[in-house]
Design a protein around this ligand. Structure first.
Ligand code: ATP
Length: 356
């Protein structure tokens, strides 16, 4: 049995089901993200693990113990919320000591633990300050220190970075992951930010409309999405509408290309999904598997140049590395692109499912 086991969880508010068929096993020390658009049920699922909501059906087990009916404070979990959840009338040390005090820890031990936690999150010097005297990033670090101080069995993070500005977000991502690894604490992280989920997680649960769409490592989720939803929610993607013809080929905008089309018969409508980094510009005629069209837009992003090219009704994004010796192509210019058949994900045009 895994350290955290969520089995058959369903949650309804009145007549509305917001989570269903949720089954997940999380190993001790694992970092798992719940990723999905607003309203897909990720926070509800986290609150069920925390004990703030009880499921309409199903169970939650931590360390082999059924905690489904236990109150939050009896579960030994730590939680960090989106923002501003520190007690405003307590200084930093008292905020961090809060859970320890409730647990009845003696004063001297408490003080030592507070110091240790503040050192861990890189903030030993703010001990006596009040939350309003801290930046957003510092407040979230203190919230993290408060959550881990009582040595919880599971750490639950509900969009802890979403209220912070971009630069702090990226550095806190790394800090949180480093700390989580060092403590070996089993963690669930809720986010709607795919970059956060991809960069931080051991595994990601992609959710849509109260259901688990796919569970996998960031590599699997990005490279082998099982549905159109996952493919387009995670990462940037171009979708080409086509029809299969004989010999694993697909006609797109009147041009024939080679693609792997497992599970699709001849004459079926399919959607081909392509990542921008899997497409290259062709300057000579030697490459096979090409499409010819027109440059619709060029975005110079620095190290990467993102080109949008049009092929009939279809558009493809192409990421190329900046080459200081070659200026990017002009809008309206003719363009030929190449991609390897293995890099094309073939999806059912009607259902969006992948047969691979
Ligand atoms: P967000 O990123 O916006 O927080 P989410 O994926 O975390 O979204 P939830 O907050 O879990 O989504 O909400 C899932 C659905 O459940 C939403 O449609 C929401 O309106 C509904 N919901 C959540 N809490 C309640 C409640 N207490 N009563 C009724 N409906 C609720």
């Amino acid at each position: 049995m895994s350290f955290l086991e969520i089995t058959g969880v369903r949650k309804a508010f009145g007549p509305t089901t917001v989570v269903q068929g949720f089954d997940l096993s999380v190993e001790r020390g694992e970092f798992v993200s719940f990723l999905g658009p607003s309203g897909c049920g990720k926070t509800t699922m986290l609150r069920i693990v925390a004990g703030f909501e009880s499921p309409s059906a199903g169970t939650v087990r931590i360390g082999g113990e059924d905690v489904t009916d236990l109150a939050p404070n009896a579960r030994r979990i730590g939680m960090v919320f989106q923002a501003y959840a520190l007690f405003p009338n307590m200084n930093v040390a008292d905020n961090v000591a809060f859970g320890l005090k409730i647990a009845g820890m003696a004063r001297a031990e408490r003080e030592a633990r507070v110091d240790e936690m503040l050192r861990l999150v890189g903030l030993p010097h703010v001990r006596d300050r009040y939350p309003y005297q801290l930046s957003g990033g510092q407040q979230q670090r203190v919230a993290l220190a408060r959550a881990i101080a009582p040595k919880p069995r599971v750490l639950l993070l509900d969009e802890p970075l979403s209220a912070l500005d971009a630069k702090i977000r990226v550095s806190l991502r790394e800090e949180i992951r480093e700390l989580q690894r060092a403590l070996g604490i089993t963690t669930i992280f809720v986010t709607h930010d795919q970059e956060e989920a991809l960069s931080m997680s051991d595994r990601i649960v992609v959710m849509s409309d109260g259901r688990m769409e796919q569970v996998g490592t960031p590599f699997e989720i990005y490279n082998r999405p099982r549905s159109r939803f996952v493919a387009s929610f995670v990462g940037t993607l171009s979708l080409l509408e086509g029809r299969t013809v004989i010999g694993e080929r697909v006609v797109v905008a009147g041009q024939e290309i080679e693609a792997e089309t497992p599970g699709h018969g001849v004459g079926e409508a399919v959607t081909l999904a392509l990542r921008p980094e899997a497409v290259s510009l062709v300057t000579s005629r030697e490459r096979s598997n090409r499409l010819t069209g027109e440059i619709a837009d060029v975005a110079f992003l620095g190290s990467v140049v993102r080109i949008r090219a049009r092929f009939g009704e279809n558009e493809i994004l192409i990421d190329t590395f900046n080459d200081p010796a070659t200026p990017p192509p002009e809008r309206g210019a003719a363009v030929t692109v190449h991609f390897s058949p293995a890099d094309i994900q073939c999806l059912d045009a009607a259902t969006g499912a992948s047969h691979r």
